[in-house]
Design a protein around this ligand. Structure first.
Ligand code: NAD
Ligand code: UGA
Length: 461
């Protein structure tokens, strides 16, 4: 089938950037991104393209070039489903917060709603593409819903997980390491796979487009995230040992990363990984393993999460211990709140957990993040059930120098490049003495800061 109209359900961090790139690379395809969230769609349609809801380097330029030509954002979900030959499901799949599997399994209620809506609306054959990250064998459930419409419409279900990382989404989409497409091995399934291969072939070389069966594709996505997160937890585990032994985790990471079998990426020790997916996807993997009675498999992967929780807690504890075992009413400046640089996304950011631990010790926290706004910080604290009283201890600043002014300590929670270039001499002058820096990202020049007079503490040395 030659595709001329695509609908994507879910205008989030994946749906928005992915569809913008498809629209740019396939000018003959009309791409409509739909969402129930009216405010989000209004933001995507904001005439000032710098105000689209997601900050990603290079994204606003692509949206400016395609929006209104072959890229549309709309709340008319039924209409977009009806018109499209291919429908991407790109809705959120958070960890369940209720019922069986609470705290572990993926909540598939949004996926099921999409499947039911497609089943209700579709009047002609469609290809449905799972773009969201899903437990292995979800396609079976989607198919079962779609196959019971009774109106003779035929559906093909493909799995096409997304591997982009936030902060580099556009680059990752333009130059992916691979595109993975899983589908049925029937002639109809293979034809559907080919339709999607044809779309990606507009800019991705054929040798990077991998086709598999549906289950391998679904499971590969969870596995990729589990392996990536496991590397971070592994190096973070070593960071604690480094602190006890005089080894330096940056040197260790460099030394092992030069082994081509290990490789240098994802070995940056930190305050702990965050983001909407690593934790949720590993918990989901653990849950699936448990469901099949695979206790050892489940325990193995769960350890990645436990190590990460430990690393976040350890960072907060270190601040308290170093500040003479009390942070009560002391001002601690957080540089960064996002879960990594170059994104305004704060989901599961380590900063939230460290803040929670410090306000429970009655610290006052002054946050500066170049892309995160005050309301977001407060709502992140709500998510961790931080009390109203404690929340008042966390304030957000528009300017890093004001945030650091008269602070007892600075904690670097996100690796924003601009932090390196601040006037550290001036910051030092205006802080309480001794002036401490806890660099949760090993970002700053410790030697230079020590020369200025700071007490500089990094991770893993
Ligand atoms: P998101 O929360 O940013 O966006 C999801 C959107 O779907 C929301 O705007 C929500 O309103 C909308 N939605 C939910 N149900 C809907 C429905 N029935 N009809 C219409 N709209 C609906 O989520 P995200 O970060 O884009 O993630 C989406 C999926 O992609 C998840 O499964 C995630 O695991 C996966 N993923 C995310 C990333 C990432 O970097 N964020 C990367 C790869 C994969
Ligand atoms: C991650 C994966 O990298 C993507 O391939 C995947 O598509 C995505 O999850 C997803 O499924 O959502 P993302 O979470 O956006 O992408 O960002 P990463 O670059 O993977 O960083 C995740 C977290 O790990 C961040 O908090 C980051 O600071 C931390 N990290 C990463 C480290 O602490 N050290 C490292 O060496 C690398």
């Amino acid at each position: 089938m030659s595709i001329t109209k695509i609908c994507c359900i879910g205008a989030g961090y994946v749906g928005g950037p992915t569809m913008a790139v498809i629209a740019q690379k396939c000018p003959d395809i009309q791409v409509t991104v739909v969402d129930l969230n009216e405010e989000r769609i209004a933001q995507w349609n904001n005439p000032d393209v710098e105000k689209i809801p997601i900050y990603e380097p290079g994204l606003s330029e692509i949206v400016a070039n395609t929006r209104g030509k072959n890229l549309f954002f709309s709340t008319e979900v039924d209409k977009a489903i009806d018109e499209a030959q291919m429908i991407f499901i790109s809705v959120n799949t958070p960890t369940k917060t209720y019922g069986s599997g609470k705290g572990m399994a993926a909540d598939l209620k949004y996926i099921e709603l999409c499947a039911r809506q497609i089943a209700r609306v579709a009047k002609n054959d469609k290809i449905v593409v799972e773009k969201s990250t899903l437990p292995v064998r979800t396609a079976e459930a989607i198919k079962s819903i779609l196959d019971h419409t009774g109106n003779g419409v035929q559906f093909q279900i493909l799995s096409n997980p997304e591997f982009l990382a936030e902060g580099t989404a556009v680059q990752d989409l333009l130059n992916p390491d691979r595109v993975l497409i899983g589908g049925d091995t029937t002639p109809e399934g293979e034809a559907a796979i080919q339709s999607l291969v044809n779309i990606y072939s507009n800019w991705v070389s054929k040798d990077k487009i991998l086709t598999t069966n549906v289950w391998s594709s679904e499971l590969s996505k969870l596995t990729a995230n589990a392996f990536l997160a496991q590397r971070v937890s592994s190096i973070n585990a070593i960071s604690e040992l480094c602190e006890k032994t005089g080894a330096d985790v940056n040197e260790v990471a460099r030394a092992i990363g030069m082994d081509s079998r290990i490789g240098p990426k994802f070995l940056k020790s930190s305050v702990g990984f965050g983001g909407s997916c690593f934790q949720k996807d590993i918990l989901n993997l653990v849950y699936i393993a448990k469901t099949f009675g695979l206790r050892e498999v489940a325990d193995y992967w769960e350890q990645v999460i436990l190590m990460n929780d430990h690393q976040k807690r350890r960072f907060a504890n270190k601040i308290v211990q170093t500040l003479y075992n009390t942070v009560a009413d002391k001002k601690i400046c957080f540089l960064g709140w996002a879960f990594k640089k170059d994104t305004n996304d704060t989901r599961e950011s380590a900063a939230i957990y460290v803040a929670r631990d410090l306000v429970s010790e009655q610290a006052n926290i002054a946050v500066f993040d170049p892309k995160v706004e005050e309301y977001q910080i407060q709502s992140d604290l709500d998510y961790l059930n931080v009390s109203e009283r404690s929340k008042k201890r966390v304030t957000s600043y528009e300017n890093p120098y004001d945030a650091c002014h008269s602070a007892h300590a600075i904690a670097v929670l996100t690796e924003w490049d601009e932090f390196r270039d601040y006037d550290w001499q001036l910051i030092y002058k205006n802080m309480q003495k001794p002036a401490f820096i806890f660099d949760g990202r090993n970002l700053l020049d410790g030697k230079k800061l020590t020369e200025i007079g700071f007490v500089y503490k990094s991770i893993g040395s």
